[in-house]
Design a protein around this ligand. Structure first.
Ligand code: PHE
Ligand code: FE
Length: 286
């Protein structure tokens, strides 16, 4: 339900929502926190409350712990305050952006440990469903994970890898990796599957669905398999990929992707509901 674009769909999205007239060359704007209305802060609180209830026992530990420490239950947060804490923890900063930014700009921010956060909040009628990422998705979904040092390093490497993929014509493949990890990734824990993907964590319905439904496939993480696999942008995912831990995410994406891209260009993409012979389909949480 909570559908939004990422690097993958930016280029097709046509006219973008948001005020780009004050953006600098890196698409950075002032957050203008004082201009949020009481109604907007109240809507953030309701979004926060809905998600916060779903999170225990379902999100990964770092998400739960960071969210608690961030203390953003009362309204739209001030990005500069979060940056103070985040910079101390992992050397990342938040930058305010008007909305979606060009791929090159997005990757340059990540490669420099800057996470772009959209300034606008969804309207009331978009409470359950948005077409482009807003401040709730970007902040609530993505920022808590940036407090984990390994994840933080991985996302910077992803940014560098994005700049490289632009030159190698590999962006479509790399976007699938982003989608199935940063946005819709699951992780193992001693107690069962947990969520680390921001697209799930900011969604009202997919939090429960991805862990306990019998419908979707849950396949152990494999980089090249993911880069071959199409994904759904307007429904729950048909497949989730599961990492053992953040070290696996970091280590398995470290190799040079150049030969992967070359191979992938000669292969047919796999539909989102594929389960290949010999692949493990992990059971849902009970
Ligand atoms: N290792 C990748 C490459 O050589 C870069 C990358 C790192 C991509 C981490 C995604 C995540 O292109
Ligand atoms: Fe996102």
């Amino acid at each position: 339900d909570d559908f939004f674009a990422t690097v993958a769909t930016k280029s097709d999205s046509g006219a973008l929502r948001g005020d780009y007239s004050h953006a600098d060359a890196n698409y950075v704007v002032a957050q203008n926190w004082d201009s949020y209305t009481p109604e907007q802060h109240a809507r953030w609180r309701r979004l926060y409350e809905r998600q916060a209830k779903l999170i225990p026992g379902r999100a990964c530990d770092v998400f739960i712990d960071s969210l608690k420490a961030l203390d953003v239950s009362q309204g739209i947060p001030r990005f500069d305050r979060t940056t103070e804490a985040l910079y101390k923890a992992t050397g990342w900063q938040l930058v305010a952006v008007p909305g979606l930014v060009p791929d090159q700009t997005f990757f340059e921010h990540l490669a420099n440990r800057r996470f772009p956060v959209t300034v606008w909040l969804r309207e009331e009628r978009e409470f359950d469903y948005i077409v482009e990422p807003d401040v709730f998705h970007d902040f609530f979904g993505h920022v808590p994970l940036l407090f984990n040092p390994i994840f933080a390093d991985h996302l910077q490497e992803y940014g560098k890898g994005g700049l490289k993929a632009l030159k190698l014509d590999g962006l479509a493949y790399l976007a699938r990796l982003y989608w199935y990890t940063i946005e819709f990734g699951l992780i193992q824990s001693e107690q069962g599957l947990r969520i680390y993907g921001a697209g799930i964590l900011s969604s009202g319905g997919e939090v429960e669905y991805c862990l306990s439904s019998d419908q979707p496939r849950r396949i152990p993480f494999q980089v090249e398999r993911i880069m071959r696999t199409q994904y759904k942008i307007d429904s729950y995912q048909e497949t989730y990929f599961v990492i053992r831990d953040f070290e696996q995410l970091f280590n398995d994406t470290e190799p040079d992707f150049t030969p992967f891209y070359e191979r992938l260009k000669t292969q047919e993409a796999l539909p989102a509901d594929t389960l290949l012979a010999g692949e493990t389909n992990l059971p849902p949480n009970r």
